[in-house]
Every structure is written in C-alpha cells, then in structure tokens.
Ligand binder design. Structure first.
Ligand SMILES: [Zn+2]
Length: 554
C-alpha cells in the first residue's frame, strides 16, 4: 500500500516496550505501517507521500481521555463560563453581560461556579440580586451542585421542594422554601430542562432514551454541540475517549457523525445503570454493545455511581466527615450491587463505577470481587473512577482483582484548579495520607488510566500532565506522582488498555491506528512547570489531521 504520510525528524515515544523510541512514523490506510529511524522510514516514501518534518518535536500516540462527558462538555462550551469569578459584583457583571448577549434564552446557565464564589453559601436570594426577572442558574465545577434563582426554581417546580431519590436533594431553607442549592442530577435536572436540553442530559441523569426520538433538526443541533466538543478535544491532542455517561441516543449521534465524516475521535459510550432499574434493563446494555461495535463508536460497558462528591458531603465515607455525624451513603445497597455486578460481568460487559469516598470504593471492590467469584475471574478490566480516598487495606485489592484505577490528575485539591480548602473541610487530617493515591495504587498492581473528567476540569492533557508531575504531597503523605513516562502511558496505552482498545490504538506500533499527537518541543526537556502551556502542533486520528497548531509549517 502506498504510504500516504510520514512524520519524520521527531522524538518518537512509542509506549511500546519492544521499541520505545524512534524518529519517524509512516501512515497508510489510516494505520501505522512503519516506525523507525528517519532513514528507514524515508525509504518508504513515494511521489504522493506527504512528509511532515516534525523539527524535533515529540510524537506520541494520540491521547486517550479515559473519563469525560463529550456531549455535556460540547453543550457547555456555549454557556457562560465563570471559572475564575469570585465575589458578588463580578458574578453580577458576568451574568448581566451574558443576559444581553442571549436575550431570548429560557435559562441563563453558567458553568464553573466555585463552591466559595460568594463568601457564604449561595442562596436563591443572592442570585435574585444578580438577575431576578429571568431564570438563571450556575453549576459547580464538579457538576454535582447547581444554584438557581427564584425564577428558575419556580419555573422548574422546585420552589417548594420536591421528593427526590436517595442521594439527590432540593436543599430547603428554614422558611420551608428551596434555598437555591440543588444537589445531584435528579435535583437540578428540572432546572437544566428549562434550557431545552433535557434530552442531552439523559445519558447522565436517568440513562434513558429521549422520547419522542429527536427530529433531524434537533439531532443536527445536537451534533453541532458534539462537533464543538470534538474540536476542543482534538486541539488538545485527544484521539480516543471514554464517555462516562451515555445511552443509545449518544451512540446514534456519534455514528451519524462518523458517517458524515465529522467524528474526529474514537468514542466509547456506556449504558448508565441506575439504582432503581431492574436487572432485566441490562438487556439494553447488551443490545447497545451489539449495535455499536466498531473502531470508532462502541459501547461494551456499564457505568454506575456509587456515591456523590466530597464538597457536598455526598461521597460515601467509612468515617464521619470532620466535625459532623454524616458520612454519606452508598447509592446502591451493597448486596444488590454484588448481584448487579455479577449479572453485568456474566454478560461479558465491563463495569465502571464512580466511587469517591473510601466507603464507596470498598463497596465497589466488594461488588467486583463478588462478580469474579460468581463467574470466574476473567480479563474484564472493571474499573473504578476517581478513588479520592481509600482505606489502606483496600489498596492491594485493586491490583489483585485486575481493577483499573481511573484517576484524574487535575482533581486533587491544590494540584490544578481545585482549591486546597476542600482538603481542610472534608478530609480528616489523619486521612490526607490516603487521598488521591496514584503511585501507591500502581505500585501495588493497579493499572492506571489518566483523564480530566471534562467538563468537570479543563480537558487539556498537557495541563493534566503538569498537575501529575508537579503535585506536592499533602502534609505527612508520600509522593504520589508517577514518572513522566508512566504518566504519558496512563494518558495513552494505559487508557487504551483500560478501555479494551489496545488492539486499535494507544501505542505507535505497526498495525495499530494512525492516532498521533505531536507536542511542541522535547517533552523530556520541558520543565514540568511549563508542561501545561506546551502546545499541540498536530493531532492525527485514523490517519486524518484533526488539529494543526500554528507552530508547524504546512
Ligand atoms: Zn465524570
């Protein structure tokens, strides 16, 4: 086959132990056909071959984003961004400018509201002083809390409270009306629905499908949002991603985009199993897996949430939160969870569970262990998402059971954008040593996959890598960083393995997809504090250029 493209004069880091370093890669038919020295690969060039001189830049396998929310992220790119905003005046100014820009939006929605955005807990009265005559709301960076003004609460039917499933809460004020704070998806779903995008939230909220099935016009608009999200990810070097919410509708939009030539990354989409569902609903997971099963759009796994988040104290802990008698609760009854895991595993599907508190992590491991006992321990690669706190005695259980630690370098407070204050308020001092472990888990055998959880944090892999390499140990804790190469592995081959995609992508070896990312400069020579501002020169997915930075001559 004629070689279509050669990237040469690069520092090639293949992530393949057999040949870790090279200078050039050749591409044909969307696959890697040669990896070698510049001279070896140059000999394969024909008259039609496009030769890209990397100028000594670093060539890596395209990044595998192991935990993000593509549809939600794309949708949010057009909403008000208040990530750096602090204080009432700044908040009011931001909303007022946005309101002028979007005079007819039924809901003015802001993203990235810090839990400390005002100096006291935010109330609907605060937000009424921002804007009173239109529904407005703002989402916390972790996407587990929304604050809404009175107009929004009234329009959504929440002003006088609402019955909520376990773990979800319309917080009530002393006067018997909603305070303005809404905890977890089911509580703020009615607010988001005001914006006319409820059908895009189903993958995370209920795991259900939109009814009626969205029209061509609605799907076209939805695909525009996904396209915005994909372009944003391509600009950060991402060529594969594990979407951590989902339904068949998400798969279908992606397949249509694939057929339209607009899908710039491989996407895995789970079936989202909720606590109230019957085991028989897993038939939908098996059906999705059978229907979407190619190199670009696939399912094959089931996502569940075992708990919430630390900031709202909905993460399920083994001990009480400091200064309280609360420890959160598991969202699944543990014995039933074991039966659910056994059934998913029996169907040959992978399991991914959001577990943040040490109680949730233990309950999840127990479920996976029970699945292994029921069906025999096979190569299922069940995974735990986040693991913000873990009991010491549970650390070796991940490695022993083959459980992937799917962790997010941007998440530890103080590591990137999240404030250290979280550590002070929600983790006991004597447990800081067990918080956000990466190296300890890896050293005891757990495979690592790194991710951002975008739009919870910035999707930038290079910023995440900087956070991974510069993280300072918490008081009394060990250094939990892994090496630069191990971090890069967790963002590439490790992520591919954890997603059962290692026969498609994740390494630069002959026969795998031509999924490549070219980083500005020599990544091993860049000061770790500068990794985050290091640009992406080129992203290639399946042999097609999906992003080209300004630095690289064409
Ligand atoms: Zn997530």
């Amino acid at each position: 086959m004629a070689v279509e493209m050669i990237v040469t004069n690069a520092k090639v880091l293949t992530m393949d132990a057999g040949r870790p370093r090279a200078e050039a890669v050749a591409v044909a038919g969307g696959k890697i056909v040669a990896v070698g020295s510049a001279a070896e690969v140059a000999s394969l060039a024909g008259p039609e071959t496009r030769v890209i001189d990397a100028g000594g830049r670093t060539l890596l396998p395209g990044f595998v984003e192991s935990h993000l929310h593509l549809v939600l992220g794309g949708n949010e790119l057009v909403q008000l961004q208040i990530g750096g905003v602090h204080g009432f005046e700044a908040l009011k100014a931001a909303f007022e400018a946005y309101a002028v820009q979007y005079p007819s939006n039924a809901l003015l929605m802001a993203q990235g509201a810090s839990y400390e955005i005002l100096d006291a807990p935010v109330t609907r009265a605060d937000l009424d002083r921002v804007i009173a005559d239109r529904p407005i709301a703002m989402m916390s960076p972790d996407h587990h809390t929304v604050w809404a003004n009175t107009a929004a609460l009234a329009a959504a039917g929440l002003l006088h409270g609402a019955a909520m499933p376990h773990g979800h809460e319309v917080v009530m004020a002393a006067d018997g009306t909603a305070s303005g704070e809404l905890r977890e998806f089911e509580a703020f779903g009615p607010i988001l629905a005001l914006g006319g995008e409820a059908h895009l939230q189903l993958g995370i909220a209920t795991g259900g499908e939109p009814t009626p099935w969205p029209s061509d016009a609605v799907r076209a608009k939805d695909k525009e949002k996904i396209a915005a999200g994909l372009a944003h990810c391509a600009a950060h070097g991402i060529t594969s991603m594990v979407n951590m919410d989902g339904n068949r509708y998400t798969c279908q939009l992606l397949r249509e985009m694939k057929d339209e030539g607009r899908l710039t990354a491989r996407v895995k989409v789970p079936f989202h199993f909720k606590p109230h569902m019957e085991l028989s609903e897993l038939e939908r997971a098996s059906a999705m897996t059978a229907e979407y099963n190619d190199d670009w759009v696939s399912s094959g796994f089931v996502k569940m949430f075992m708990d919430g988040v630390v900031d709202s104290r909905t993460a399920f802990m083994l001990n009480d939160y400091p200064g309280t008698t609360e420890r959160g609760e598991p969202l699944f009854e543990p014995e039933r969870f074991k039966a659910i895991c056994a059934e998913i595993d029996r169907r040959g599907l992978q399991i991914a569970v959001h577990a943040i508190g040490d109680g949730a992590v233990r309950t999840t491991i127990d479920g996976y262990e029970a699945a292994g006992q029921a069906n025999g321990l096979r190569d299922m690669r069940h995974r735990i998402e986040h693991i913000e706190l873990i009991a010491r005695s549970d650390i070796p259980r991940l490695g022993a059971l083959g459980i992937t630690a799917s962790v997010q370098p941007p998440h530890p407070p103080g590591a990137m954008d999240f404030p250290m204050s979280t550590m002070e308020t929600v983790f006991d001092r004597d447990r800081w040593v067990d918080a956000y472990l990466w190296k300890s888990l890896a050293d005891q055998g757990a495979p690592l996959a790194f991710a951002s959880d975008w739009p919870v944090t910035d999707v930038s892999v290079m910023r995440g890598l900087q956070a991974a390499m510069t993280r300072v140990p918490y008081e009394g804790a060990k250094d939990e960083r892994v090496s630069l190469m191990d971090s890069l592995y967790a963002y590439t081959a490790g992520g591919a393995w954890a997603a059962h995609m290692e026969s498609i992508t994740g390494k630069l070896v002959v026969g795998l997809a031509a999924d490549l990312v070219l980083i500005e400069g020599d990544i091993e020579a860049i000061d770790s504090g500068d990794l985050g501002k290091t640009g992406i020169a080129l992203t290639i997915a399946g042999g097609n250029i999906t992003h080209q930075g300004v630095g690289l001559a064409a």
